[in-house]
Ligand binder design. Sequence first.
Ligand SMILES: [Zn+2]
Length: 337
Amino acid sequence: MCLGRRRLLFRLAGLVRLGDSVQYGSYSVIQIGDGIYQLADRGDPKARLGGLIGVDMYLILGTSKALLIDLGNNYVDGFPGDLIPPRKNAAAELLAVLDGLRGKLPLEAAITHAHPDHDGMTRAFAGRKEILWMPKGEDLEAPRKQHGIDPSVYTVFDHATKTFDLGGGRVVKPLLVRGHSNGCTSYLLAKDLMLFTGDSIGIGAGRSLRSAASLKVFAEDTRRLVEYLQKELTPFERHSLKVFTGHSVENPIAGFYSADHPMLDIDWLDWRFVQDQALCAAAILKGGWTEPDSGLRMMEVTNKQTGRRVNVMLYGIGAIEIPVQAVYEAAGLALPQ
Ligand SMILES: [Zn+2]
């Protein structure tokens, strides 16, 4: 049930300690920092496909501006082919939460990538003043194809030059991590030691990639991400880094993907995961699974969403789901007959 607006404001004011949460509409609003919130939509267990089972947005308040990272699942459009039925009051509920949290601060929104579970609430901002940012490299026509929205509602930014200065030392730096999509972006909030990764490096169960070409750019960009974090943060800071993904509901993993192990309690990910994703990709390019001591393992597991048997490459706590053919192609090795 929706709360009245005054009651919502009263409850949002009760978000004080880390982990405090308020439920409103389909959103759990969780305090993850001082003026930093996760808007977790746990999704519909009956819905199909990965993005539909729960997606997160993040709101960061500075002293002069507020930034929303990602635009959530699509409950607004009812666009033909959309797998989520439109939900009454979806736009009003999201805007009420955002307006309640930001107060008088001007708001901007930046998506991690232009997939429907991350730009699905675009239409909620129709006729409003917010700047909506899309990373360079993403499919500019995606809003039209997915939701029938004119893509000109988005302003494209270049990772090389763009930063979001929210005031009070809160500067958010977008970092390109291709592989899942061509402009897929992680956002670093160095002051608070938080990295918002969307789908760029994956969830606790890893990142799925479809081709050798995707793996190659993923390897290149995750290596660059690791180098950037090593340069920008001290060792102590890196090990305090909290990594917030686009689908935190999927973060808990069963040890090495086995259904026989209890699930690990993973809420957010960390510096170790960032490194192991980069190391996993790098080890695949070197054909590491053919060497017993490389640390890279290849195994077949059942994908929990699709029920299909898939190939997974594991390195530490890093994992990449990718077809066997793509792995051999990426390493420049002949596929065994
Ligand atoms: Zn997603």
